[in-house]
Design a protein around this ligand. Structure first.
Ligand code: SF4
Length: 482
């Protein structure tokens, strides 16, 4: 096992162990301090300022007090405010995406991941460009427009050139009316130069999970390989931003360490990006440790129950009101349904977590990274969302218009989402319904579109959206940029 080296580094300046421990002590001391909790809830609540809705968010200390709070009626209020914030800034839209696993070759020894180097019985696969094309056509045929590509760290098998070629291949495929309009990238921490190359390849968000912010645990959980370097991994988002990528996605793997520690670390990381680059994370993901080949989640002591998991999501929502929040098919339909009510704004649908999984018939696949709990088709997920009054969105317009980083955040903060994103969501949903949906889903969808279009406050925006929706229905697509 690695020896914990307490020597300070840049990473440890913004993920400061002492500050986290003091935060946890402060939260514990104040977990029943009703006066403070009420003040924090009031601070977090969205407020109308002129025509705009504003939210101040919470610091990692403040949010940690709410996370520690054990008073049932206050916890209910946290959930209520989380839902209000989500509706105020994102409306009822839920952005859809799917992961695409390119390669599971990996040189790292992460003890919680089946792709770790020592796992000699998992099937190792890497997609060729022709195989990627087949996978992408399968994803386009479901209706997906936004992908997150995933690959293990392996300089021999998955060099940056392979990732760049794959992105080019993905953007180049147009099958029937299909197109992947935004490729998010989840690959290992790399150099500023490589981040610059990813930016030039026109990626959407660069996603990298910290796994755990607790340095000592991090070193033990990543005993071998380049990922063992805590500083290099933790400072990756700084290098990504220096390389010009202004949409970055954070996340920890809940279950590895004590969740209160991870929560404070995650928010400190967001605060660091905001103060250094003027823009916080574009998204935060909340994966929980799952069963997989060679991995038994019960071996890890820090698993969290569903109630705690939902409380974490809600408290993140209060702390960083403008950041998108992602939940994957690691979670069951039931948990996803609850999570959508407390702040989630983006979900995956019909995911395969194996290399080549979208074109393989048989399940379970022999190269899966984790068990998929929600195995419904995209059509089923879309219908399910609409029946709960969530509006599925396949929009990528911000990315297509270059509205990333602080430009996206200012759109979000100005409350213009209802005039901009809401119509785009309706138009892209129309595309989905026309091209890929079953008759049943179409019926639910077009009824929803009729209701939702009237919610666009600006009359001009509403009329343009109505015209565009009619055009899409009659196959007059022109050059929409969403
Ligand atoms: S978590 Fe990533 S780096 Fe670690 S073994 Fe799995 S694929 Fe490799």
């Amino acid at each position: 096992m690695a020896i914990y080296n307490p020597k300070s580094s840049v990473a440890e300046e913004f993920i400061n162990n002492e500050e986290i421990l003091e935060t946890l002590a402060y939260a514990e001391e104040n977990k029943n301090n009703i006066e403070l909790i009420d003040a924090l809830l009031e601070k977090a609540r969205p407020k109308k300022v002129g025509n705009e809705v504003r939210c101040s968010g919470l610091t990692h200390r403040e949010a940690s007090v709410l996370l520690a709070c054990e008073i049932p009626e206050k916890i209910e209020e946290i959930y209520k405010i989380a839902e209000e914030i989500k509706l105020a800034f994102y409306g009822n839209r839920i952005v859809m995406f799917a992961p695409l696993y390119l390669s599971n070759y990996c040189v790292n020894g992460c003890v919680y991941c089946p792709y770790h180097y020592c796992n000699k019985h998992i099937a190792r696969k890497k997609l060729s460009q022709e195989e990627i094309e087949k996978e992408v056509i399968a994803l386009q045929d479901m209706g997906h427009k936004r992908l997150a590509i995933e690959a293990g760290e392996d300089p021999q098998n998955n060099p940056i050139e392979y990732i760049l070629d794959s992105i080019k291949t993905i953007y180049g495929i147009h099958h029937k009316n299909g197109a992947i309009r935004r490729v998010n990238v989840n690959i290992a921490a790399t150099t500023v130069e490589n981040y610059r190359k990813l930016k030039e390849a026109e990626i959407g968000t660069y996603i990298l999970f910290q796994e755990t912010y607790h340095k000592e645990s991090y070193l033990a959980l990543h005993p071998t390989g380049p990922k063992h370097n805590y500083e290099y991994h933790t400072e990756a988002m700084d290098r990504a931003m220096e390389g010009g990528i202004d949409d970055v996605g954070l996340g920890v793997l809940f279950g590895l360490e004590l969740y209160k520690y991870e929560f404070a670390g995650l928010l400190m990381h967001a605060e660091h990006l905001e103060s250094k680059f003027g823009v916080g994370p574009h998204t935060i993901s909340v994966p929980r440790l799952k069963r997989a080949d060679d991995i038994d989640p019960d071996q890890f002591d820090n698993g969290i129950d569903d109630e705690t998991f939902l409380k974490i999501i809600a408290c993140i929502r209060l702390a960083v009101p403008y950041t998108g929040m992602i939940i994957s098919t690691r979670e069951t339909q039931e948990v996803r349904e609850k999570a959508l009510k407390v702040g989630i704004s983006q979900i995956s649908g019909a995911s395969r977590t194996s290399v080549g999984g979208y074109t393989e018939e048989e399940r379970p696949h022999d190269s899966e990274q984790f068990d998929v709990s929600d195995q419904r088709t995209l059509d089923e997920v879309v219908k399910w969302l609409m029946e709960m009054d969530h509006l599925p969105s396949f929009c990528t317009a911000c990315y297509c218009e270059g509205r990333t980083g602080d430009r996206f955040m200012s759109l979000c903060k100005s409350g213009q989402i209802l005039n901009c994103c809401h119509p785009n969501a309706l138009m892209t949903l129309t595309e989905f319904l026309m091209d890929y949906a079953t008759e049943e889903t179409k019926k639910v969808g077009f009824e929803m579109i009729e209701r939702e279009i009237e919610k666009v406050p600006n009359e001009k925006a509403r009329e343009i959206a109505k015209k565009n929706i009619e055009d899409i229905k009659t196959s007059n697509r022109r050059n929409f940029r969403f």
